[in-house]
Structure formats: C-alpha cells, structure tokens
Design a protein around this ligand. Structure first.
Ligand SMILES: C[S@@+](CC[C@H](N)C(=O)[O-])C[C@H]1O[C@@H](n2cnc3c(N)ncnc32)[C@H](O)[C@@H]1O
Length: 242
C-alpha cells in the first residue's frame, strides 16, 4: 500500500527554502493577473489567505490593501511567516478547522497553490464549503493552482522531466515536481486535479464559477519562458457562493 500523502511543507528545510521565494519566473506569471481580477470582482478589504505558507501570498494581498489573516496547517511555514512579517496575522489551524474565523464576514477568500496539495475529493469539497461559509454575501473566492500540464512539461521555475510517470497519473493521484527557483531541489509531491475535478468540487461546495483565467507569458516580459507562452502552468478560478 502506498504511504499516506504527506504535506511537503510540514518540513523545516522546505519551509526555509520556500520562505526565500518571492515572484521569480513562472511565479511572476501566477500572480501577474491577480490584481486586475481581484479589483474586478472583490469589494471590501477583509481577506483570508488559505494555505498562506511562509506568507508570500498574504503579504501580496496586504500590498493590494487587504487586511489579511493567513492560515496554514504547517507549523514550520507559519513560524517562517511570523518571522518575516512580525506585524502580520498568521494562524496555525488544524486541517479544516476554520472555527476561529468569523462566518459570513470576509470579502475575499484567497488561496495560492494550496488545493494542488490537498488530497481527496470529499475532503476538497468540504474545505471549499468551509471556506465559502466565511464569505459575506458579496464575498468572492479566488483560487490559484497548477494546471495538469504543469506536471508533464518544463517551465521557467519548474522541472518535471525526471518524472515521466506523471503523464500516466489519474485525477487524485500523486505527481512530482522540482522547483528550480529554490535551493532545496528535493521534489515536492502534489496531487493531480483536472478542471473537471475543480468544477465538481465547486458544485459540491455550493460555489458558482464567475471567471476562469489561464495566464500566458508574453514575449516582452523579462523572463526566459519555456512553455509559458503557449500553455499556462496556472489556473485561476473566481467564485461566489450560490
Ligand atoms: C505551495 S505552498 C503556498 C504558500 C503560499 N500560498 C504562497 O503563495 O507562497 C502551499 C501551502 O498550503 C498549505 N496547506 C496544504 N494543505 C492545507 C490545508 N488542508 N489547510 C491549510 N493549509 C494547507 C501547506 O502547508 C503550504 O504552506
């Protein structure tokens, strides 16, 4: 039997390496279109950052003017976030426990690269539903995750060529990837989820899709794009509660 899925970010070495990561290369592309999408869809300034990690995404939201609570299940990542940004609000949570956050209160629930680390169909829908309950009636959820293509190609910030088995993975199965922008080159295990899986989870969680974006790199940008100009490694979903 295979080992249970382990969150790669519950690890001091990975947390340390990740905490030095800002927005190089493919990460620039991941975040590039978010300010526009968020200002188009989100009114108000109260945000939750689900899977805040070492706080990069939380600090990004704060720079956009959001009062943001970052939440994560990894003690190592939360410790890094607090160390980098002592004035920030970072909370360690038990998996799926949002009880410390006010329900129907937030204008934005944001999550960057978290749901591609979350195993189990029902588990995902349950988390999305719990996060949806934090939104006020006008609130919006914005999820940024990897596309399935991420795991079978090369990118400015990632390599998957050593893992040809990724091409045969089915939805909900593990895939491996190396982030070439950080010192720690040990592969991370993610979970492969297709667009149809996200759409099913949204339905099960009572969420309605408002917009989906697949950002592509442009020639004029100062990055050595590999596949980013033809295929998006990222998908962004904008949702509201039904
Ligand atoms: C790839 S990191 C992204 C961190 C941050 N959002 C960023 O953009 O830098 C993913 C984070 O999601 C967290 N995570 C994974 N599963 C989670 C869960 N069920 N609840 C909360 N956080 C989770 C991990 O601990 C990790 O810190």
């Amino acid at each position: 039997m295979s080992e249970p899925f382990r969150n790669a970010y519950e690890d001091k070495v990975k947390a340390d390496a990740y905490s030095k990561l800002e927005f190089p290369n493919s990460y620039y592309l991941a975040y590039r279109d978010l300010p526009g999408l968020i200002s188009k869809h989100v009114k108000g300034r109260g945000a939750v950052d689900f899977g805040c990690g070492a706080g990069r995404s939380t600090r990004f939201l704060r720079r956009l003017g959001f009062e943001t609570v970052g939440i994560d299940i990894s003690a190592d990542m939360i410790a890094k976030a607090r160390g980098i940004d002592p004035g920030g609000d970072y909370q360690l949570i038990h998996d799926g426990d949002f009880s410390r956050l006010a329900k129907r209160h937030f204008d934005l629930v944001f999550s960057a690269f978290t749901f591609d680390n979350v195993p189990g169909r029902e588990n995902r829908a349950k988390l999305m539903s719990g996060l949806g309950a934090l939104l006020n009636p006008e609130g919006r959820m914005v999820l940024l995750d990897s596309t399935p293509e991420m795991y079978t190609r090369e990118w400015a910030s990632f390599s998957t060529k050593d893992f040809p088995e990724n091409a045969h993975a089915r939805s909900g199965e593990r895939v491996r990837i190396i982030t070439t922008d950080i010192e720690d080159r040990t592969p991370v295990e993610d979970i492969l989820w297709f667009d149809t899986d996200y759409l099913e989870s949204f339905e099960a969680a009572g969420l309605e899709l408002l917009e989906k974006a697949l950002p592509l790199g442009h020639k004029s940008e100062p990055y050595k794009w590999v596949n980013e100009m033809e295929i998006s490694p990222w998908v962004i979903y904008v949702l509201k509660r039904k």
